[in-house]
Design a protein around this ligand. Sequence first.
Ligand SMILES: [Zn+2]
Length: 428
Amino acid sequence: MEGRREHGSDLSRGGTPDSPTVIIGPDSDGPLPSSSEVVSGTGVRHMPGPIRFHARPSTRMAIRPTRARSGRLTTAHGVVETPQFMPVGTNATVKALDPDDLREVGATIVLSNTYHLALRPGHDRIARLGGLHTFMAWDGPILTDSGGFQVVSLGRSRTVDDDGVTFRSHLDGSLRRFTPEHSIAVQEALGADIAVAFDQPVPPHASSRAEVVDAMERTHRWAERSLVAHGRADQALFGIIQGGLEPDLRERSTRFIADKAFDGLCIGGLAGDETALQRRAMLDVVVPLLVDDPRPRYLMGLGSPLDLLDAVDAGVDLFDSVLPARVARNGSLWVPEGRLNLRNARFLDDGAPVQDGCRCRLCRSFSRAYLAHLFRADELLAYRLATCHNLTFTLDLMARIRSAIDAGTFPELRRQLIADGSSKEPAE
Ligand SMILES: [Zn+2]
C-alpha cells in the first residue's frame, strides 16, 4: 500500500473543485484524533471527491483491546455515522416499507441490487425517470452492489469466463451477460452515491483452494477493469477483497485491492457458509493490513446482532443484509433476550408489546396478540410492522455500539449483549 497521500489524490478521481458532491469540510466534524484520517502536514486534507470518511478508533482503551472504531461517511445525499447497517432494498424498495418508514426506523443509507434493477425495470428506464433516488423517492445515501453475488449465485444457469458472466434471468429465462464494464454502466445509470466493483465471490467453505485462487485472481482483474470503466465523478467506487478462508489469499487480495484507487474497501465472500470463528479469523487477517488506510471497510451480507457485534469488534464500518427484514416477514421478532416467533399460539393472548420500551411503530401502538393475529390472517400490515421492529432493533443496536465506542465501553457492551442474548433465549 503506497500510503494515504496517494489514496487521497485518487479519491479526487474525476472530481472538480466546484463539484456538487463535495460536502463537508473537516472542521465541521471537530477534532478527530484518528490514525486513519487522510492528513497533510497542517491537518486534514480538503479533498474533492464523491465521499469523505473520518474514522475515530475507540479512544479510552477498555479492559481488553478492540479494533472497533466509529466514523462519519459524508455523501452528497447525507451523512452516515459508522459502524452502520444498511437495510436492503432489492427492487428499489425495502420490502413492505416506504421512505417515511425507513427514516422512522433510523435508516441513513440503503442498499439496492444492481442485478435486480438491471433486469426489472431496467437501469435505462430508471435513468430516464431521474435516477434511483428520484425513482424510489429516497433522498438519503444509496449504495448499489455490483450484481456479482447474484449472477454467480445462479448456479448451473450461469457460466463464468474471464470477460464476464453469462446467465439466464430468474424472471423470464432470457440469456443475459454481465461484465465489469456493464455492471459499472448499470450502476452509473442508477446513480447511487456508492457503486461497487464487479467480482466473483465463491462459497467460502464449499470451495477448493484452486477455485478460490481462480475467482480471486479474476476478481482482481475485474477490479482493475471496473476502475477504468468508472467515470462518474459524483459517485464513489468501492473495491472487493476476496480470498475465501485462506489467510495467505486474504492477505494477497487485501494488499491488491487496497493498492488501487477505490474510495472504500468491501470484504466479500464471507457471511456465507463459514462459521463465525472462520469469519473472524479472516477479518483478523484483513483489518490489521488496513490499519493506516483512511477508507471505510464494508463487510458484505452480515446481519445478525451477534455477528455484527463481532465484526465491529474486528474493525468493520459498514454492513448490509436482508436478514432482519426477511425473518420479520416470517414472524420472527428480535428482542434483547433473543427472538419471539409470533406465529406461536402462545402470543395470541399476550397483550404486551413485542419489546417494552421499543420506539418502533409496532411496539408504540400494538400488542403481541394483535401482531400474532395479523400473521395468522395473512394481513399485509404484519409484514410492515414486523419489519419496522426488526430494523429499528438493528439500527438502535448500531447506535448503541457507536456510543459505546466513543465512550470507550464497547467491549463491555458486547459482553453484556452476548450474555443477555444467550442466557434468556425464549423457547419457541
Ligand atoms: Zn419495536
